[in-house]
Write a protein that binds this ligand. Structure first.
Ligand code: SF4
Ligand code: SF4
Length: 137
């Protein structure tokens, strides 16, 4: 019953396509390879990032650790590298509290390989297929 209500809420109220399942294993991997997206897309230059830092305190926690075809990637300075724990866990920003959300797929992102979360489609393949068949009749 709870599952069906949850599914209804996510599909019809939040307009989601996936349900998030699982839980955080505290590996810290998602805090060490972060892309930053803003209005113009993923941040690609230090100059862009410098301007962005003025807009939200979260960005001040980040430092550039590399660059690839997507853009710059960052590591959060609040991550304790030994314990893999967030040093400001109780006061971590909303973006960290809500992570991961299905929007990461829209940004071209993926979950880390060993992440304890997974996303499952709200409508199974069979449900989508049977709806499509009905429409085509
Ligand atoms: S504030 Fe904490 S949870 Fe958020 S990215 Fe940094 S280390 Fe990770
Ligand atoms: S990658 Fe997944 S399991 Fe690891 S800290 Fe991030 S949310 Fe938790």
């Amino acid at each position: 019953m709870f599952y069906r209500l949850r599914k209804f809420f996510h599909k019809h109220i939040l307009r989601r396509k996936y349900l998030r399942e699982g839980h955080c294993l505290g590996c810290g991997a998602c805090c060490t390879h972060i892309y930053v997206k803003h209005m113009k897309g993923v941040v690609k230059t230090e100059d862009e990032f410098r301007k962005l830092r003025l807009l939200h305190p979260f960005y001040t926690y980040l430092e550039i650790v590399g660059e690839d075809e997507t853009g710059l990637f960052f590591e959060c300075t609040n991550l304790d590298k030994e314990t893999k724990q967030c040093k400001i866990h109780a006061h971590r920003p909303g973006i960290c509290r809500r992570y991961p959300q299905e929007e990461i797929f829209l940004l071209g992102g993926t979950l880390k390989e060993d992440c304890g979360y997974r996303f499952v489609p709200i409508d199974s393949f069979d449900e989508v297929f049977s709806k499509l068949k009905k429409k085509l009749k």
